[in-house]
Design a protein around this ligand. Structure first.
Ligand code: FAD
Length: 452
């Protein structure tokens, strides 16, 4: 017998991943309620203060692919507001600049404003009749078997409860849904802080002779100042400024106590950036902006039966050095939807059948996704060393050139790791496997070359 019931999903966390999930589930015809702890970021003047996260992000193929699927013009609108970056621009000692393209076929990653992207997702979701977004609602507790969630409404201090068919935890690295899941689920959990922190700085636009505002550096590159044990990067913004991020061990940040300390540090390590930032601006930003920690989280499984699942940073938080955290979270949403299709999770089925198919879909998703999430968490950690140190080593540069040349000749059979991760939808674990196999062939070829 078929029932005409509307399936309900409660999404905890109205960040980037939670809002994309809301749009996907609304598209499936579910009744969606998003509970977000913070105030509506669209009402705030300084969105950077609210997010306490990076101001801009690198969006690549996996993220773009997930934005395409629900239609609604998301993909086109996003592409209209990004700045393509075709490679890394290395700022070496004495201000020497070297460009390393990301791909041999002109592939680009895209710089996008976090607040603008979140606004687009919030606006799109809000226009859908079956989506409700409740801000200032903080999840306190959930009972998965009965599908009951309890929130504190911070606007009036009241307690709010909601019953739902499915709970999605998209509540970020410090996820409450994940901690709650650890009670009924035998969850393996691994968390690692790195010794580095990050601090955001800013390079404002410059004014040309005609009074027009322009970028102070080439906007179509991701700029890197690699300094071995630390580094600074800069991504362009549409207002012609750059957001710089200084990654450095906590102790180094703590050693900079005065403006003089700061200026001598920058004179020594990043002298070419001082005139770009402006000394006064640098001092203000450095001492005002937070020094954020970075960590990597792996856990499994992601779901509890057909009742709850975690996605995005709640399931797999990674250090930001591969620019994949959000991309991977968007891909989670795309794949989860795909698994619901594959396992015929159809709301017109009777409740038992619906629950059984949802259970199979969530189990299959979690099994497959964990392998890939763990792979990208490890790659992100590895890229932490590559970006700040390896990029200037001659062997690294030679290897990159050989890989690029082989990819140009055999585009389907030899694909550099960065290309597989950032410019394809190849599973992260498969990318790692292929990269290791390719490395082996390169070593065999080099050994054969030595022997001849
Ligand atoms: P979040 O963005 O953390 O959103 C979680 C939401 O849940 C928040 O709005 C929070 O308020 C809410 N919440 C939390 N607890 C509760 C609760 N109890 N009840 C209700 N709501 C709750 N990724 C890229 O792809 N490319 C990049 O270039 C990139 N650069 C980065 C640079 C830096 C410095 C950092 C730190 C990260 C970067 N990332 C990047 C990673 C990216 O920011 C994250 O992967 C992404 O924001 C994860 O989105 P999310 O929605 O899962 O989590």
């Amino acid at each position: 017998m078929t029932e005409t019931v509307v399936r309900r999903v409660a999404i905890v966390g109205g960040g980037l991943v939670g809002m994309l999930a809301a749009i996907y589930f609304a598209n499936r015809g579910w009744q969606v309620t998003v509970f977000e702890f913070r105030k509506d970021s669209r009402q705030l003047e300084d969105t950077a203060l609210l997010s306490n996260r990076s101001i801009n992000l690198a969006l690549s193929v996996r993220g773009l692919n997930a934005l395409k699927k629900p239609g609604l013009g998301l993909h086109e609108q996003v592409l209209g507001s990004v700045i393509p970056m075709k490679g890394r621009m290395l700022h070496l000692d004495k201000g020497r600049l070297v460009s390393h393209p990301y791909g041999v076929f002109g592939e680009c990653i895209n710089s996008i404003d976090r607040a603008q992207l979140l606004k687009l997702l919030l606006d799109t979701a809000e226009e859908l009749a079956n989506v409700k977004i409740l801000f200032e609602h903080q999840l306190k507790y959930c009972d998965f078997d009965s599908g009951v969630l309890v929130f504190e409404n911070h606007s009036n201090g009241s307690e709010v409860s909601q019953t739902t068919d499915l709970i999605i935890g998209a509540d970020g690295a410090y996820s409450t849904v994940r901690s709650q899941l650890m009670r009924p689920v035998r969850m393996n959990f691994q968390q690692e802080y790195i010794p580095h922190a990050y601090c955001e700085l800013n390079i404002p636009p410059v004014t040309d002779a005609d009074g027009r505002s322009k970028f102070a550096m080439d906007p179509n590159h991701l700029h890197i100042w690699p300094r071995h044990s630390f580094m600074m990067i800069a991504l362009p913004n549409t207002n012609k400024s750059f957001t710089c991020t200084l990654f450095m061990p906590f102790e180094e940040f703590e050693a900079i106590k005065t403006e003089n300390d700061l200026m001598s540090f920058f004179q020594k390590h990043f002298p070419d950036s001082i005139p770009l930032m402006g000394a006064q601006n640098l001092k203000e930003e450095y001492f005002r902006n937070p020094k954020g920690p970075m960590m990597s989280i792996k856990c499994t499984p992601y779901n509890y039966k057909e009742r709850a699942i975690i996605i995005g940073d709640a399931a797999h938080c990674m250090v930001p050095f591969y620019g994949q955290g959000m991309n991977c979270g968007f891909e989670d949403v795309f794949l989860l939807n795909d698994f619901l299709d594959k396992f015929n999770v159809d709301d017109t089925k009777d409740t038992n059948e619906f629950r059984e198919s949802l259970d199979r879909a969530l189990n299959a998703y979690t099994e497959r996704r964990h392998t890939d999430a763990a792979a990208i968490c490890d790659l992100a950690m590895r890229n932490y060393i590559e970006m700040r140190s390896d990029v200037v080593k001659p062997l690294y540069i030679i290897r990159k050139r050989i890989e690029g040349a082989l990819h140009a000749i055999f585009p389907k059979h030899f694909i550099p790791l960065y290309t597989m991760v950032s410019f394809s939808n190849i599973r992260y674990s498969e990318a790692v496997y292929r990269w290791k196999r390719q490395g082996l062939w390169l070593s065999i070829a080099a050994a054969a070359g030595d022997g001849s």
